[in-house]
Ligand binder design. Structure first.
Ligand code: ZN
Length: 277
């Protein structure tokens, strides 16, 4: 029988000379096996395991613990490491189209006043149209919205609503699939099969390009486009199962008088120069 002590230490006296499925078991081989079984980790649910599961035609996308995908893990790492969301200061967060595993973690943060919204999802706290939020101006400190805007015909209206409900100095972390240099959309394409062919998914209404940041800026945001996974070392990326090509857009609502808020993402200061294309 395999015996592990505190913190996974292996008792060599117990194991010496034993075999496992016909193979000789030594402390070294057991340690290697143990390390391999815990080679990957999910920052969202904090579980460790041997590998990610296949999902969406990708061989290693999904966390076996909570179901997070690459973009969820990247966003969570970004929120943890680069924003003030976990600092313990009371904050209000609007979560658009809530992913269940993230909603659970946000809800567990006692200092967070949390609201999730969606036009149809049963797990959202409130049903709302992103282009007409039933929320007062300047009521939230931060917002998180991932892979939502590519589903919304009037995405500029939705961006404008996120801007409107943020307090001056507030920030938003926005993710969309960036697939080209310039955004491609055609409102005449409405049939799901045609949308699948044109935009890659039957319920997408465009393919965003690198000009996504321009749209966000057009509603007032100050925007940083950050290839966040690419700023992490290769081992960290592999460990957390990240897509190094994934971009995050960190958006800030300027304070009155145009002053840039400085407290939301101090660490980003050091990333700006090397990561900008
Ligand atoms: Zn997980």
């Amino acid at each position: 029988m395999v015996v592990t002590g505190p913190a996974g230490s292996v008792s060599s006296s117990t194991l010496a000379g034993s075999t496992l499925e016909g193979r000789e078991v030594t402390p070294t081989s057991l340690l290697k096996s143990f390390t391999k079984r815990r080679a990957h980790a999910c920052p969202v649910c904090e579980s460790r395991f041997a590998g990610f599961q296949p999902a969406h035609n990708r061989p290693a996308a999904k966390c076996p613990g909570c179901g997070s995908l690459e973009r969820h893990r990247l966003a969570w790492l970004f929120l943890q490491r680069e924003t003030d969301l976990f600092a313990g200061r009371p904050l209000s967060l609007l979560h658009a189209a809530p992913e269940p595993m993230l909603k659970k973690r946000f809800r567990a943060l006692n200092h967070l006043e949390y609201l999730s919204i969606d036009i149809e999802s049963p797990i959202a706290d409130e049903k709302m149209d992103m282009t007409q939020l039933d929320l007062d101006d300047e009521t939230f400190d931060c917002t998180y919205c991932s892979h939502v805007l590519e589903h919304i015909p009037d995405d500029r209206a939705a961006m404008g609503e996120l801007y409107r409900i943020l307090r001056p100095g507030g920030w938003g972390l926005l993710l969309v699939p960036i697939l080209r240099e310039t955004t491609y959309e055609d409102p005449a394409i409405v049939d799901p099969a045609d949308r699948l062919e044109a935009f890659g998914q039957a319920d997408h209404v465009r393919k965003y390009g690198r000009d996504f940041a321009d749209r966000l800026q057009s509603v007032g945001f100050s925007v940083e486009e950050i290839p966040y996974a690419a700023t992490l070392d290769r081992q960290t990326s592999a460990r957390y199962g990240l897509d190094v090509k994934e971009l995050v857009h960190f958006c800030r609502k300027p304070r009155a008088g145009g002053e840039e808020p400085g407290d939301a993402s101090g660490v980003l200061e050091s990333l700006r120069s090397p990561v900008r294309p």
